[in-house]
Design a protein around this ligand. Sequence first.
Ligand code: URA
Ligand code: SF4
Length: 194
Amino acid sequence: MYQSWDELESNCKGCTKCGLCETRNHVVVGVGNRNAEVMFIGEGPGENEDLQGEPFVGRGGQLLDKMLNAVDLDRNKNIYIANIVKCRPPQNRDPLQEEQDACIDWLRNQVLLLKPKIIVCLGRIAGMKIIKPDLKITKEHGVFYEKNGIFMMATLHPAALLRNPAQKPGAFEDFLKLRDKIKEICDHTYTQND
Ligand code: URA
Ligand code: SF4
């Protein structure tokens, strides 16, 4: 385990623990405030993320930023965003179980350093890996689970919302529930004093 973010980032950027290292352009470690109380976890980089080295920078990322901003969250201010796998799966296929297992220690280390109060999983893959293997995203999005002292919920993946805009209102309700939970248990997310 790395004790500092800089050490973690530089080692993660050289990782060759799974086959995804062979086709990546950038390792997408994460973005945001290293003192954030709220952490978002996606599935893995897509094409734009692989080219730019930052999570959620394509069309899905723009939608995510809009939904975040609607509840006063901002990737450059009061949250941290990472993914289950840090390198892009070819053709954006789902990351294989073995790839997720190879990569998960990086995310564990990020969680240990960040010590988030709330984790929001973006989509089914992250929800199943982080919350519970049998998570049903369509039924259980927006539901908070408490695990190891951290409140966790899954919401619909922004790419799924782009494919199926009818699901947007439901996803937006999840963000309103998130705002309420932040107001209830977080100290500085909405008061920018760090
Ligand atoms: N989808 C994800 O799950 N993560 C990203 O970083 C981009 C798209
Ligand atoms: Fe390493 Fe994760 Fe990239 Fe695989 S996906 S090479 S485990 S950083």
